[in-house]
Design a protein around this ligand. Structure first.
Ligand code: FE
Length: 223
């Protein structure tokens, strides 16, 4: 049972003008596909081959610091998971709304208002040195923004991700060159899928599928 590359939940040009079809084609069709392909090559013929992507991440994470092969498995598996979560964290340009319902209540309680959350997200994106991810997480009942380096992912740190921004250069370099600030502002202000974040929040509260991508991320194609 090889890990599959999930289909994008929208058309290639759906995120324009913030993220171009050219970026999405490369990011999903080459980078994300590459992580899935490398992972499948690494686990072929091993016990991990029959495991879910989440189980592969959980098994390889504790060994990653001492065993180079486990580090490669973890890096490619976590990147595959993080990207599936990222595609679902975005929605077509001009089709969104601000945080609403229970999520809006938590944002007000933990950040003051949605504007301050957006400001904190943009600042965190700029503060990442090198490659990484910026997440909105639920941590012991409180919303927080955290960043992870390279392939690292909150699901191995007991945190529940609600939303993520990829801040690897490959996410924005074709469109914005070195201007990560423009990419981050566009994503936060115009592409974030707050409905997805709220679904993750409610699922975590219900103790159901905590921190895992929704069913929308699970169907896919073999790379
Ligand atoms: Fe990426």
């Amino acid at each position: 049972m090889a890990v599959k590359l999930p289909r994008l939940p929208y058309e290639l040009d759906a995120l324009e003008p913030i993220i171009s079809a050219a970026t999405l084609r490369e990011h999903h069709g080459a980078h994300h596909r590459g992580y899935v392909k490398k992972l499948n090559a690494l686990i072929k013929g091993t016990d991990l081959d029959s495991q879910s992507l989440e189980a592969i991440i959980d098994c390889s994470a504790p060994l990653a610091s001492s065993d180079p092969k486990s580090a490669s498995v973890f890096n490619n598996a976590a990147q595959a998971w993080n990207h599936a979560f990222y595609w679902n964290s975005l929605r077509p340009w001009n089709h969104g709304r601000d945080p609403d319902g229970e999520l809006a209540r938590c944002v007000t309680a933990d950040f003051g208002d949605a504007g301050r959350l957006a400001e904190a997200f943009r600042a965190a994106a700029l503060a990442v040195f090198g490659s990484g991810w910026v997440w909105l997480i639920l941590d012991e009942g409180v919303l927080r923004i955290v960043s992870t380096a390279n392939a690292d992912t909150p699901i191995v740190h007991g945190q529940v991700p609600l939303l993520v921004m990829d801040v690897w250069e490959h996410a924005y370099y074709i469109d914005r060159r070195s201007r990560r600030d423009l990419y981050a502002a566009g994503v936060v202000d115009q592409l974030f899928n707050w409905d997805f974040a709220e679904r993750n929040l409610l699922r975590a509260r219900a103790g159901d599928g905590v921190g895992r991508p929704g069913p929308e991320a699970s169907s896919g194609e073999r790379p």
